[in-house]
Design a protein around this ligand. Structure first.
Ligand code: SF4
Ligand code: SF4
Length: 502
């Protein structure tokens, strides 16, 4: 017998957010099935100006200046920042790094992760709201959209209109500009891995390499898709950071929060109504904070993982508070501890006779064990990495035994081993290197004692070592190669094995 279908009755909840639908409307009424996924709805974010909006634009400008500008800087006669994968060399200003220097890259990644932990513990999702490429490009794409299609209401109207000539022109123009930005972004990205001037020239002459074409288009497509269409969906469903951030939050982390004690009971009212008589809080329920939110959430529902901490709702609410003659900060950056400590001191029109809100002292916010641990680790690691980079020898040597030529007995019974030394010159000038060996009595370099290596180049050098007969018993013996620059700027020792046959 067929088992009866299980249904879950859900009460529809009216959603007055932009483009919102009644949640659970599929399930309204008994006997209907429940959707297990949320249908995505387009968010028409309203533009707002204010303190945090200005900060966001400054950071958009700064991050884009760095991203688009860096590959065009030169250092001597080469690109200042270039991750030259083809020749396996990374140029960072005056530094030339080889794959053997991967430890620096690992150090940089650890420092970046620790910085993220530290900033999250202190100031919540600063990275998400102000510097994350997803946020920054979404902001730029939304700016383009709004300048072409108009403000929020105009965009909603346009989307609800059937296709006509005006809509076609506006939509096409928007997509052309978006694609232009995306292509330039893809081109710049690839310009970090192949010299950007040559890349530009080969692009103009349509003779770009196939992998370069692939990556320019791939990165452009990702930018176009993520910033033009996916937008907040990336933050909500794809970004792992949103999921584990709560593990780094505590009551002293700065978050964007709605002051429930001050705002409730929310409701519309005329400007001069007596709040004490009506029992109303400061929230006039205008929903401006929801309309400006790029992820379309209502911060009055409490801290949500979708909140990227951009502070636009705080700007929006402050503008409303200003119009109403109320104190700003109904939505604000604050700690949960401070929020809990605030009593009804804000309620109503600004009243100088009332004490300022109780706040946890700054030391409570900053001097916390996790903040101190992250800061100490970050300082030590950064100092260690910088010290190691600054004092690093501009020379790398790898020694391998030449497998084609085994240990052998040569003239006068002398024992010979042949090696291949890879000498990597990490300076910008041609260098002459002297190769010496030590570790066994009478050990001599009989060929390959000197090598010239061009700027930022590496060269394989065949080196023959010999010892007199009876100098060492049969077996493996440790020896050292000492490679030093002729001008005395670098010296490196490399361990190798010398084999004496039976
Ligand atoms: S903007 Fe401020 S007043 Fe308006 S609904 Fe949001 S919290 Fe309430
Ligand atoms: S709730 Fe406020 S801070 Fe959070 S994403 Fe929306 S606008 Fe930004």
């Amino acid at each position: 017998m067929e088992a009866p279908k299980k249904t879950i009755p859900i009460k529809p909840v009216a959603d007055d957010r932009p483009g919102g639908a009644a949640q659970g409307d599929e399930a309204a009424g008994e006997g209907k099935s429940v959707r297990l996924f949320e249908a995505s709805r387009k968010i028409y974010a309203r533009t707002i100006s204010g303190y945090f909006a200005r900060w966001r634009w400054w950071l958009v400008a700064l991050t884009q200046l760095v991203f688009y500008g860096l590959p065009w800087l030169t250092w001597g006669d080469r690109q200042a920042v270039l991750f030259d994968l083809a020749s396996r060399r990374f140029y960072l200003g005056g530094w030339v790094l080889y794959p053997q220097d991967l430890i620096y890259l690992s150090g940089l990644l650890v420092i970046s992760a620790l910085s993220l932990f530290l900033f999250t513990a202190v100031a919540g999702r600063l990275w998400c709201g102000y510097s994350c490429p997803q946020t920054v490009y979404t902001e730029i794409f939304m700016w383009v959209e709004q300048h072409i299609e108009g403000n929020r209401s105009a965009r909603m109207r346009l989307d609800n209109t059937k296709m006509n000539a005006e809509k076609l022109v506006l939509k096409s123009f928007k997509h052309i500009v978006w694609i232009g930005i995306a292509m330039w972004t893809g081109f710049t990205f690839v310009g970090y891995f192949t010299p950007i001037r040559e890349l530009g020239l080969s692009f103009l002459q349509t003779r770009m390499g196939s992998w370069e074409v692939f990556w320019v288009f791939f990165y452009a497509f990702a930018t176009y898709g993520n910033a033009g269409f996916m937008r907040e969906q990336v933050c909500k469903y794809m970004c792992p950071y949103a999921r584990f951030q709560s593990a780094m939050f505590d009551k002293d982390t700065l978050i964007v929060a709605y002051d429930t004690q001050r705002g409730e009971k929310r409701g519309p009212r005329s400007k001069n109504v007596d709040l004490l008589k009506t029992g109303l809080g400061d929230c006039i329920d205008c929903k401006l904070c929801v309309q400006v939110c790029p992820t379309g959430i209502d911060i009055r529902d409490g801290l949500q993982y979708e909140c990227i901490g951009c502070g636009l709702c705080a700007d929006a609410c402050d503008s409303v508070m200003d119009k109403m003659g109320y104190a700003p900060g109904l939505i604000r950056y604050d700690t949960q501890r401070a929020m809990d400590g605030v009593r009804e001191v804000h309620r109503g029109v600004v009243d100088a006779s009332k004490p300022p809100p109780e706040r946890a002292p700054l030391t409570t916010h900053l001097l916390r064990p996790r903040v101190l641990i992250y800061s100490t680790l970050l300082t030590l690691l950064t100092a260690g990495l910088l010290f190691s980079l600054v004092t690093r020898a501009p020379l790398k040597v790898d020694a391998v035994r030449d497998r084609a030529s085994l240990a052998r007995v040569v003239d006068e019974g002398r024992i010979e081993n042949v090696y291949r030394l890879q000498i990597m010159n990490a300076t910008e000038q041609t260098q002459r290197y002297r190769i010496e060996a030590r570790g066994l009595e009478g050990l001599q370099v009989v060929s390959g004692a000197e090598a010239d290596v061009g700027p930022a180049e590496s060269r394989w050098v065949a080196v023959r070592l010999q010892i007199p007969p009876e100098s060492a018993p049969p077996g493996s013996h440790q020896v050292h190669f000492d490679v030093s620059a002729d001008n005395g700027t670098a010296r490196v020792s490399e361990l190798a094995t010398f084999i004496v046959p039976r």
